[in-house]
Design a protein around this ligand. Structure first.
Ligand code: NAP
Length: 280
C-alpha cells in the first residue's frame, strides 16, 4: 500500500488529507495520506527518514518549505527558482523536491478564464511579496504579459522578490501607496497577502477605476468569497477565488505517489467548500 503525508507545524487544519482521500477513493486505490506534525528542529531528520518509514512522499507546508528546499537531494527547476519545496518524492533512492504552487495557481486561472486569457492582459498587479506571491509571479512570468507590478506593504520584500525572480517577464516594484494608480492599468489584479482571510482586515482596493475587462483573483480561500472578490463582483468584474489553487497544486504530488493523475472536479470542490463552511 502506497503511503503519503502532509508535514507541517501545526498541521491539524490542513485540508490536504480530504483532497487526497477523495482521489484515493475515487480511483479505488489502496493508499493512505496522513497529517504529520513535525517541529522545525526535527524536520531535517524527518526528510532523511520518511522513505525508510515506508512513505512514497508527501506535501510540505508552513513552516518547512524553505528547509525542505535546502535539504532535499534534488530539486526541479521550479523549486530552484522559488527556493521553496512543497512536494517530495523518492526517485532512485534520492529525495526530490518540487514546488507545485505555480502550476496550482496557473491551472486554476486557465480553467476559470479559458484558453489564451493572458493575451488580453498587458499589465498584471500582484499585491503581496510573501512565499505564495513568488509562486504567482513566477507563473505569470511564463506567460506573455508585458508588465507585472509587485506591491507590498514592506517595500524591501517586494524589491527582494523582484531581484530574485528577475530574468523572466518584466517585473516592477510598486510602492504600496501607488496601488490605486496601477489599478486602472491592470488586466489582472491578484491578492497574495493574508488580508481578507477570516479574522484579518479586508484588502480595501478602490476598484472604481478598474478596467471593465479586468480579472480580480484572490488566493485567500477562507472565506471563499473575500471582501475583495465581493467588491469586484459588485462592479461586474470577473473573479477567480483561491480554492482552485489549493486543489490544483495537489495534482502533481498525487500523480507521482499513486501513479494516477487525478482531476479537479466540481464534486471535489464541493467537498472542500462544505468543510470550509462547516468550520465557520
Ligand atoms: P507570507 O509569506 O507570510 O506572506 C504574507 C503576505 O501578506 C506578505 O506580503 C505581507 O506583507 C502581507 N500582509 C500580511 N498582513 C498584512 C497587512 N496587515 N497589510 C498588508 N499586507 C499584509 O504568507 P504566504 O505563504 O505568502 O500566504 C499568503 C496568503 O496566501 C495566506 O492567506 C495563505 O493562506 C494564502 N495561500 C493560499 C494558497 C492557495 O492554495 N490558495 C497557497 C498559499 C498561500 P509584509 O511583507 O509587509 O508583511
Amino acid at each position: 500500500m502506497t503511503k503519503a503525508f502532509v508535514v507541517g507545524h501545526p498541521i491539524k487544519h490542513s485540508r490536504s488529507p480530504l483532497i487526497h482521500g477523495h482521489w484515493l477513493k475515487q480511483h479505488g486505490l489502496a493508499g493512505s495520506y496522513e497529517r504529520i506534525d513535525v517541529a522545525p528542529a526535527d524536520f531535517p531528520e524527518f526528510l532523511k527518514t520518511f522513505a525508510a518509514r515506508g512513505f512514497a512522499g508527501g506535501n510540505v507546508t508552513i513552516p518547512h518549505k524553505e528547509t525542505a528546499y535546502l535539504n532535499v537531494d534534488r530539486r526541479t527547476a521550479k523549486a530552484e527558482r522559488l527556493k521553496a519545496v512543497n512536494t517530495l518524492w523518492i526517485e532512485d533512492g534520492l529525495v526530490w523536491g518540487d514546488n507545485t504552487d505555480v502550476v496550482g495557481f496557473m491551472s486554476h486561472l486557465d480553467r476559470s478564464l479559458g484558453k489564451s486569457w493572458e493575451q488580453a492582459v498587458e499589465t498584471a498587479l500582484v499585491i503581496g511579496a510573501g512565499g505564495a506571491a513568488r509562486a504567482i509571479v513566477a507563473g505569470l512570468q511564463d506567460r506573455p504579459i508585458g508588465r507585472i507590478f509587485v506591491a507590498n506593504r514592506t517595500l524591501s520584500k517586494a524589491t527582494e522578490l523582484v531581484r530574485d525572480l528577475a530574468g523572466g517577464g518584466m517585473l516592477e516594484v510598486l510602492p504600496w501607496e501607488e496601488i490605486g494608480g496601477a489599478i486602472a492599468k491592470a488586466g489582472l489584479i491578484v491578492n497574495t497577502t493574508s488580508l481578507g482571510m477570516a479574522g484579518q482586515p479586508a484588502l480595501d482596493l478602490e476598484l472604481a477605476g478598474a478596467r471593465s475587462d479586468a480579472v480580480v483573483a484572490d488566493i485567500v480561500y477562507v472565506p471563499l468569497k473575500t471582501p475583495l472578490l465581493a467588491a469586484a463582483e459588485a462592479r461586474h468584474l470577473r473573479i477567480v477565488d483561491g480554492l482552485g489553487m489549493l486543489l490544483h497544486q495537489a495534482v502533481p504530488g498525487f500523480s507521482r505517489w499513486f501513479g494516477v493523475t487525478p482531476d479537479v472536479t466540481p464534486e471535489l470542490r464541493a467537498l472542500i467548500v462544505a468543510d470550509i463552511e462547516g468550520e465557520r
